[in-house]
Design a protein around this ligand. Structure first.
Ligand SMILES: *[C@@H]1O[C@H](CO)[C@@H](O)[C@H](O)[C@H]1NC(C)=O
Ligand SMILES: *[C@@H]1O[C@H](CO)[C@@H](O)[C@H](O)[C@H]1NC(C)=O
Ligand SMILES: *[C@@H]1O[C@H](CO)[C@@H](O)[C@H](O)[C@H]1NC(C)=O
Ligand SMILES: *[C@@H]1O[C@H](CO)[C@@H](O)[C@H](O)[C@H]1NC(C)=O
Ligand SMILES: *[C@@H]1O[C@H](CO)[C@@H](O)[C@H](O)[C@H]1NC(C)=O
Ligand SMILES: *[C@@H]1O[C@H](CO)[C@@H](O)[C@H](O)[C@H]1NC(C)=O
Ligand SMILES: *[C@@H]1O[C@H](CO)[C@@H](O)[C@H](O)[C@H]1NC(C)=O
Ligand SMILES: *[C@@H]1O[C@H](CO)[C@@H](O)[C@H](O)[C@H]1NC(C)=O
Length: 389
């Protein structure tokens, strides 16, 4: 009881802060500062090819609709034949800007991708060998699941404490959970209604937000009618006072996870894969869907009518006031001071291929083989470098 009472003010101390706008991703300029993955899904091993920008644009996998909302979808018109290697086109984009401790991200969605075999993610990933720079999964859901799964992945030593003040239900507390057959990350399942799927869309969507603070990483989901005034009343250029945000859906306080140690500046990623290491595991797939996962992909694609994000905006904020014109390419991040541009690093997708946003169902063997593959790639690269010299 004492500890619970003690944790309350701690958990909310960071929430009483004013944040300054860094940038808004929206409308006709939504896609301007992202990199398109342009490769197969070599991290969660779904049956998709993430196409480049030109193809995504010309085949309408990305667009801006008449409401001014950005659309990102899985191909739902191509005829895919039963073959030895089945892939359908999809999109994975990575923000060119990075956001460090001291940042807040607010993302408004009207629709999230759903359907049997569909696995959408909106997540944050630090650069380098996974999971050394940390990963935060803000939105993740599979098939017809109706509750969002928040999670984090780190190196050993970051956990979620017991009796944390959050509305969500914790299922895994260790952010590097390699004890059993899974490498899940530390998982909290949303308990607010309509956080995913058809329910999310019917309710008019909602807002997801993350606060990366030195005192903890906190995540929120609000259905459309519950969005706090500080967000519903804000514009792209207003400051943000997060003091009306209430209890987070998921909370990872620094008391058992040194945030600045485990999390380097993060890039945002939006992607939709099909089947793969989580959605496609037969026993997991069968929990909400009939038949086999791959069967959905074969055919004319009409089953993917709902496999799309519709995004009015993603807004990013920093504790430090920055000139908006300067912030996009500034390098102020990495010290807990907010945003920075990834170009000073190198966001290339090879450096991310060890990442696994997938929680449940990612077997330790899979996760390890992914990491070892990364090590092998790196070793090959170093060898090539030595030879070149
Ligand atoms: C998509 O193509 C149109 C027409 O060529 C072009 O105006 C637009 O900038 C492109 N959008 C993206 C995000 O590439
Ligand atoms: C699905 O994709 C994975 C990863 O690319 C691949 O290993 C597997 O063979 C594919 N399955 C089918 C039936 O094509
Ligand atoms: C958590 O709360 C439960 C129920 O109130 C209590 O029994 C337990 O001792 C608490 N654990 C910690 C670590 O405070
Ligand atoms: C947290 O990690 C940072 C960076 O590694 C370190 O400087 C700091 O002392 C750590 N804080 C605590 C409380 O261990
Ligand atoms: C696509 O296939 C489904 C199921 O096989 C069928 O019901 C539907 O009519 C087809 N749609 C089109 C546009 O051909
Ligand atoms: C940031 O850098 C990119 C490429 O290096 C450039 O295209 C873009 O215009 C720059 N943005 C600002 C706001 O300076
Ligand atoms: C980080 O902080 C150190 C010490 O305060 C400073 O020397 C360094 O320039 C800062 N780095 C960035 C990227 O702001
Ligand atoms: C991703 O990797 C593929 C294959 O290695 C490469 O062709 C593509 O240019 C890369 N995309 C980005 C955004 O780096």
């Amino acid at each position: 009881m004492h500890s619970a009472l003690f944790l309350l003010p701690l958990a909310f101390r960071s929430a009483a802060a004013i944040y300054y706008p860094v940038r808004e991703y929206s409308g006709d300029t939504f896609f301007d500062s992202w990199s398109f993955y342009d490769n197969v899904d070599d991290t969660t091993w779904g049956n998709v090819t993430f196409v480049g920008e030109a193809t995504a644009n010309s085949t309408q996998l990305i667009s801006v609709n008449s409401a001014g909302n950005a659309i990102i979808r899985v191909d739902d018109t191509d005829m895919v034949a039963a073959a030895t290697l089945i892939h359908r086109n999809s999109v994975r984009i990575t923000s060119q800007d990075m956001y460090g401790v001291g940042s807040v991200i607010v993302a408004d969605f009207v629709h999230l991708p759903y359907g049997c075999s569909v696995w959408p993610s909106f997540w944050l990933l630090g650069q380098g060998l996974w999971p050394n720079a940390g990963e935060v999964d803000i939105i993740e859901g599979i098939n017809l699941a109706d509750a969002n799964q928040f999670s984090m992945h780190t190196t050993a030593g970051c956990t979620q404490p017991a009796n944390v003040t959050q509305t969500g239900r914790t299922t895994v507390t260790n952010c590097l959970d390699v004890s059993g057959t899974n490498n899940n990350g530390c998982i909290t399942v949303a308990t607010e209604p309509n956080s995913l799927g058809e329910g999310f869309a019917t309710a008019g969507g909602g807002v997801y937000a993350v606060q990366m603070d030195v005192n903890g990483i906190y995540l929120w989901f609000w259905s459309r009618s519950d969005i706090p005034k500080s967000i519903s009343g804000s514009t792209a250029t207003s400051t943000l006072d997060v003091s009306d945000w209430g209890t987070p859906s998921a909370a990872y306080p620094a008391t058992t996870c040194n945030i600045t140690e485990f999390f380097q500046p993060q890039q945002m990623i939006l992607d939709i894969t099909l089947c793969g290491l989580w959605a496609g595991v037969p026993s997991i797939y069968a929990q909400t869907c009939p038949g086999t996962c791959i069967d959905n992909i074969i055919g004319n694609g009409s089953v993917y009518a709902n496999a799309y994000f519709e995004i009015p905006y993603i807004r990013t904020y920093s504790l430090t006031q920055q000139n908006a014109a300067e912030t996009t390419n500034s390098t102020t991040g990495g010290n807990g001071s907010g945003a920075s541009d990834s170009k000073s690093g190198s966001p290339g997708n090879s450096s991310q291929s060890g990442s696994t946003p997938g929680p449940s169902g990612t077997s330790a063997a899979d996760a390890l083989s992914v990491s070892w593959r990364q090590v092998a790639l790196l070793a090959g690269f170093l060898l090539a470098l030595v030879h070149a010299i």
